[in-house]
Write a protein that binds this ligand. Structure first.
Ligand code: HEC
Length: 186
């Protein structure tokens, strides 16, 4: 009898211990206690909130005039044929014509340019003729465009073609141009 009680106790004991641990478990993603210190409840202003510190009452301030953020690429060209030519003379593709750059350029081109310009650049993408035909990339005039001129066209748009500056970053636009040049060789 005593032995049986002992066995029951031995089997039940771990279950009771595990059960208690399970019951008392804490959510490891939350702190057990939050003291109202500045660490937990930050006095910092939220980005969109009002702000008594600045004269215009806004937390988010414009950059200081004449300064640029480190990632910004200034582009001082107007949407005119003259400035397009000027971009062609002044701007150089900063990326090497490497297999990695071409691969990325192809991916971007197939996403953003192919719908109109077509897989081979003939101006016969799947959206044509619902959208007016773009010129083929294989004409002498297209081939004579400088990288900087194409950068100007993709950045600001030209004629019926819209600007792609918000879809493609500064780097991506240059990579697409490498791929376009590759298409023109074929
Ligand atoms: C919505 C359709 C459309 C898309 C998408 C598009 N384009 Fe265009 N593209 C055009 C049209 C239309 C023109 C002719 C613009 C004009 O009136 O001069 C053009 C012209 C061009 C030209 C000038 C060609 C020449 O021979 O003068 C280049 C270069 C060019 N596009 C590059 C691109 C690149 C690179 C992309 C992708 C980032 C792209 N386009 C995406 C419609 C498009």
């Amino acid at each position: 009898m005593v032995r049986r009680v002992a066995w029951v106790a031995i089997t039940l004991f771990p279950l009771i211990v595990l059960g208690t641990i399970w019951k008392l478990r804490r959510d490891p993603t939350r702190p057990n206690v939050i003291l109202p210190t500045n660490m937990a409840i930050s006095p910092a202003y939220k980005a969109q909130s009002e702000n008594v510190v600045f004269a215009n009452g806004a937390t988010m301030q414009d950059p200081v005039p004449g300064t640029l953020s480190r990632a910004a690429h200034p582009f001082h060209y107007a949407k005119t044929p003259e400035d397009c030519k000027r971009a062609g003379v002044k701007l150089r593709n900063p990326f090497p014509h490497s297999p990695e750059v071409l691969k990325e350029g192809q991916r971007l081109s197939e996403t953003f340019c192919l719908p109109c310009h077509g897989a081979t650049g003939n101006g016969d993408g799947p959206i044509i003729p619902r959208f007016p035909n773009p010129p083929s990339f294989h004409t002498a005039q297209s081939k004579s465009l400088k990288d900087g001129e194409i950068f100007h066209i993709v950045t600001l748009g030209r004629g019926k073609m819209a600007s792609y500056a918000s879809q493609l970053s500064w780097e991506e636009r240059w990579k697409v141009i490498h791929y376009l040049r590759e298409l023109q060789k074929q």
